[in-house]
Design a protein around this ligand. Structure first.
Ligand SMILES: [Zn+2]
Ligand SMILES: [Zn+2]
Length: 204
């Protein structure tokens, strides 16, 4: 049974430490007092970590431009990104994974995917950067489309998404569920299914 927590949490994004008087945890309060930039801390809660790993499939696909397989989030997705629920807030699974492994992501930066697979939480496939970094990387990999970058607001599918969608379709996941997960219409999913769109993408 997860331990019941009734104390309020630190106000810093993703921080799961106990809140002190000023609204932040002890360590963040110190950081603020010293005038330093507040940095995220390694998540502390073991139960959240356990919960995280229960939702990771390390046997994911290897993307064409990657050497190692993705670790795919099997829990809830939103716009293709994994979502973890802990301490009454929604946490991005890939960001959490990166924070656990590397700790140090300034709040002003995004955690982005080298592998283009939004559902991937493998720390080696992730990097911290700005949207600009992501666009530059994407351009180098030849998939540049400003409207299609990660976190572009509107859900636009990437080739990696399409591979995963095709896999899910073969695994009999319903089109409407996929549409909801990826934030596109059922029609868009059906078009992938019948190969009206994304015909150039090799499928499993
Ligand atoms: Zn804190
Ligand atoms: Zn990956």
């Amino acid at each position: 049974m997860p331990r019941k927590r009734n104390h309020p949490l630190c106000g810093f994004p993703l921080c799961d430490r106990q809140r002190e008087k000023g609204g932040l945890c002890r360590i963040h309060t110190k950081q603020r007092a010293s005038g330093a930039t507040l940095v995220p801390l390694r998540p502390k809660s073991p139960s959240l970590r356990e919960k995280f790993w229960l939702n990771v499939n390390k046997d994911g696909p290897t993307m064409p431009h990657m050497d190692t397989p993705c670790w795919v989030w099997t829990g809830r997705l939103s716009l293709g990104y994994g979502r973890l629920y802990g301490y009454k807030r929604q946490i991005k699974a890939h960001r959490y994974s990166y924070c656990v492994a590397h700790s140090d992501v300034p709040a002003t930066q995004n955690v982005l995917h080298h592998c283009d697979n939004r559902a991937c939480v493998r720390p080696e496939h992730l990097y911290a950067g700005t949207q600009k970094d992501n666009n530059r990387d994407a351009k180098e990999r030849g998939r540049f489309n400003p409207a299609r970058g990660e976190r572009s607001g509107k859900a636009k599918l990437t080739e990696a998404d399409v591979v995963l969608i095709a896999k899910s379709i073969s695994a009999r996941v319903t089109l409407s569920k996929l549409a909801e997960e990826y934030g596109v219409t059922s029609h868009a999913i059906r078009s992938i299914k019948v190969r009206r769109t994304w015909r150039h993408v090799e499928r499993p």
